[in-house]
Design a protein around this ligand. Structure first.
Ligand SMILES: *[C@@H]1O[C@H](CO)[C@@H](O)[C@H](O)[C@H]1NC(C)=O
Ligand SMILES: *[C@@H]1O[C@H](CO)[C@@H](O)[C@H](O)[C@H]1NC(C)=O
Ligand SMILES: *[C@@H]1O[C@H](CO)[C@@H](O)[C@H](O)[C@H]1NC(C)=O
Ligand SMILES: *[C@@H]1O[C@H](CO)[C@@H](O)[C@H](O)[C@H]1NC(C)=O
Ligand SMILES: *[C@@H]1O[C@H](CO)[C@@H](O)[C@H](O)[C@H]1NC(C)=O
Ligand SMILES: *[C@@H]1O[C@H](CO)[C@@H](O)[C@H](O)[C@H]1NC(C)=O
Ligand SMILES: *[C@@H]1O[C@H](CO)[C@@H](O)[C@H](O)[C@H]1NC(C)=O
Ligand SMILES: *[C@@H]1O[C@H](CO)[C@@H](O)[C@H](O)[C@H]1NC(C)=O
Ligand SMILES: *[C@@H]1O[C@H](CO)[C@@H](O)[C@H](O)[C@H]1NC(C)=O
Ligand SMILES: *[C@@H]1O[C@H](CO)[C@@H](O)[C@H](O)[C@H]1NC(C)=O
Length: 506
């Protein structure tokens, strides 16, 4: 247990921020493409596992040994040449709680095809549940592309899907899930996730990346490379006090360095563009982390205005001494180009400083398009009972382009499964009770498999069922009365020849 920075702050706040090594409880850390059963603790102290219990499609590869990576996770990957959509199911989540999900991609010419050229990028889409998160656009075979999204779990699992858009075979190197405190990233709701455009740490003088354990949420804070003729680094080893309702909790190691102008009085920050090809783009939220690192003497002052393009975003800002401070957008800002400029006030003795920056954009979550939870559970159980692979992953009904082969859904909100065709599917064993979980099903075709044993009573309790096809199996025993009754009142029941004698009872 490490007790630091307590000397400087009052004890009430101190109690809340005594920290040891932060917990990795609730972290899911998947090294995609690692051999089945792999587990290891990497240099960050985080425990990684192979991906076999999170996905059942795709093929494992190593990157070409000519490429290297600083992270162990990027040496292997899983590639998806077959189905259009392939999904990981992140199981260890609680519905309604907030998470950071990070997907990482390093191509490394794993397939020997020299894809990912600047002229012909390797591209595919990334989905979070049934919603488009972003397009992955890989133009450098040796770079690690890490994309993060903050989301509220709509179920007791989160789907992360890779979708082929005919610009190369989708693949993934690592997938990570980190629980977040509920007050962080405040504009994240069940109906709205937020994708990180970038996050930067201003002030380090060399290329360092901050993540866990410095950031207990294991966000990645890359180094901002700066022009040393224009900007200079200032730093401290002191700690700060956090506001109780800090909505971003930038790690102290990020806040302990900052950039400030060498001679100019203004601090231009990076500018960034809205995607020009998306007329529905909602805009960006920006967070500027600005924490005073210097002990200002009596006649010193630091006061500045922040401009967003030509508009005053914050005026006459003075940084409260010793506090982890930031300013952020409360609505997404929609401009084709966004540029923040920090401008020293004429009567201020010191120029502006900037310690860190985050930019993210909202993604609308179509929660009403998620298949009804009972049907999802039922069909996932059926999938497990018969070990069905096909394209059966992700949401069974949505988006409709990717609905499961053999599954038909209605257009209700939420959608429900109305038809299931598993004929000629090589099913063997008994008829699963899980079929009865599909409450809205009208058509069920299990014909021409290798099913054996009894026909369970429970099939007769599926109230909406109109057609049940069981012929071409090895079923035996009596047909349940419930089914006979239903057939007599109109259910179309197709059985194998062996059953004719017992279905003609009166
Ligand atoms: C994740 O969930 C699975 C199944 O619910 C459980 O067996 C496993 O222990 C969980 N893992 C962690 C790290 O919580
Ligand atoms: C893909 O990345 C390249 C290089 O960064 C860029 O020039 C191109 O515009 C990007 N394409 C898309 C669709 O974002
Ligand atoms: C999304 O959810 C938030 C919080 O529950 C709510 O304030 C907002 O109106 C919702 N937005 C839409 C478009 O439904
Ligand atoms: C910093 O180092 C990482 C990992 O080695 C590398 O991917 C990245 O491009 C470097 N960044 C800069 C700005 O040099
Ligand atoms: C600020 O005060 C210090 C001594 O307290 C003095 O040496 C210095 O010249 C002053 N600077 C200005 C700009 O007044
Ligand atoms: C600078 O001037 C503004 C008004 O123009 C005033 O509010 C502010 O307190 C002054 N700041 C300093 C450091 O003197
Ligand atoms: C779904 O299919 C339609 C028609 O084939 C196509 O226009 C649309 O782009 C597809 N949507 C996705 C998300 O692939
Ligand atoms: C059901 O699936 C089988 C096998 O895939 C296929 O041959 C048949 O046409 C399907 N039936 C319907 C009604 O789609
Ligand atoms: C059919 O199921 C029986 C036992 O349930 C099994 O012995 C047999 O190998 C299966 N046949 C096929 C073709 O799967
Ligand atoms: C279903 O009911 C019809 C009469 O409605 C009857 O002719 C048929 O034999 C019954 N079929 C089975 C399989 O019970």
């Amino acid at each position: 247990m490490k007790v630091s920075w307590c000397f400087l702050v009052i004890s009430a706040i101190c109690a809340a921020i005594i920290e040891g090594q932060p917990s990795t409880q609730g972290f899911t850390s998947i090294d995609c493409g690692a051999p089945s059963g792999t587990t290891y603790k990497d240099s960050t102290g985080i425990f990684y596992v192979s991906d076999d219990s999170y996905i059942d499609t795709g093929k494992n590869y190593n990157i070409d040994p000519k490429y290297t990576s600083t992270s162990n996770q990027a040496l292997t990957l899983r590639s998806f040449p077959e189905e259009t959509r392939n999904c990981y199911t992140l199981w260890n989540v609680t519905k309604g709680e907030k998470y950071l999900v990070r997907a990482t991609f390093l191509y490394g010419n794993y397939d020997g095809k020299q894809m990912a050229q600047h002229s012909t990028p390797l591209q595919f889409n990334l989905y979070i549940d049934v919603n488009l998160w972003r397009t992955v656009n890989i133009t450098d075979a040796s770079s690690e592309y890490a994309h993060e999204v903050v989301t509220v779990a709509a179920n007791d699992f989160i789907w992360v899907c890779l979708v082929d858009i005919k610009a190369g075979t989708p693949f993934i190197s690592a997938l990570e899930l980190r629980p977040l405190k509920d007050n962080l990233y405040p504009y994240t709701f069940p109906n709205q996730s937020n994708a990180i455009l970038f996050r930067l740490n201003y002030g380090p003088t060399k290329n360092v990346t901050i993540r866990y354990p410095d950031d207990p949420y294991d966000r990645i804070w890359p180094w901002y490379q700066y022009d040393t003729t224009m900007l200079k680094s200032i730093s401290t080893t002191a700690s700060f006090t956090r506001y109780r309702d800090d909505q971003y909790e930038a790690p102290f190691s990020v806040l302990q360095t900052a950039l400030t102008p060498v001679s100019s009085s203004n601090l231009p920050t990076v500018s960034f563009d809205a995607p020009s090809n998306n007329p529905n783009f909602p805009g960006y939220y920006t967070v500027l982390h600005m924490t005073e690192l210097q002990e200002l003497s009596g006649n010193q002052s630091r006061q500045f205005d922040i401009f967003l393009n030509d508009w005053i975003w914050v005026s006459s800002l003075t940084l409260p001494h010793g506090m982890a401070y930031y300013r952020s957008d409360v609505v997404a800002q929609l401009y084709s180009n966004i540029k923040f400029t920090l401008v020293k006030m004429t009567n201020s003795s010191l120029p502006p400083i900037l310690n860190g920056m985050e930019v993210y954009w909202p993604i609308t979550m179509e929660v009403n398009q998620l298949t009804s939870a009972g049907d999802v559970k039922g069909i996932m159980d059926i999938k497990d009972d018969y070990n069905i692979i096909r394209n059966w992953n992700g949401d069974p009904c949505s988006p409709t382009n990717f609905s499961w082969h053999g599954v038909v859904c209605n257009t209700d909100e939420p959608p429900q499964i109305t038809s299931l065709n598993l004929s000629y599917s090589g099913l063997s064993g008994k008829i699963s009770f899980s079929f009865a979980s599909l409450q809205s099903i009208t058509y069920l075709d299990l014909s021409h498999n290798n099913l054996s044993g009894d026909i369970p009573d429970i099939l007769g309790e599926m109230s909406k069922l109109q057609v049940l096809k069981l012929s071409g199996n090895h079923l035996n025993g009596q047909v349940p009365d419930t089914l006979i009754k239903k057939n007599n009142s109109g259910l179309l029941l197709l059985l194998s020849e062996a059953y004719h004698w017992c279905t003609t009872r009166t």
